[in-house]
Design a protein around this ligand. Sequence first.
Ligand SMILES: [Zn+2]
Length: 141
Amino acid sequence: MISNTIKYEFVDAIPERLEERTLYVAIDFATAAHKCYCGCGQEVVTPLSPTDWKITYDGVSVSLSPSIGNWSFPCQSHYWIKRNAVKWAGQMTPEQIEAGRAADRHAKQSCYGPKGQSSQPHARETEPGFLARVWRWLSGS
Ligand SMILES: [Zn+2]
């Protein structure tokens, strides 16, 4: 797993030009911003609120939670900022994958119900492929 150190800066307002590998925190605006740590240059703005992100400052380092998932960017990078370091979240544990799949199933069921699922033959067809991929990944080949 790759981890990379970042800097942080507490600012009055988020500057127009963000420096690479720096997390800017504007307390007055309850906002943090940084350039995507994959290096693609996209600016990631994370509002700070009880239902969005929260920042932890321990006097030496900053952490941001939950994770940053840049699904709307071409890079699709996903990482955590923990104690001034970028922890790439690309590698998920089998438990996380299973939990995600279970949550997905649950969400689909409560959305469409069992009958709705049968009207989605395409989704069913793709399922064995996904499971086979996960199984191959779990078995390490
Ligand atoms: Zn990126």
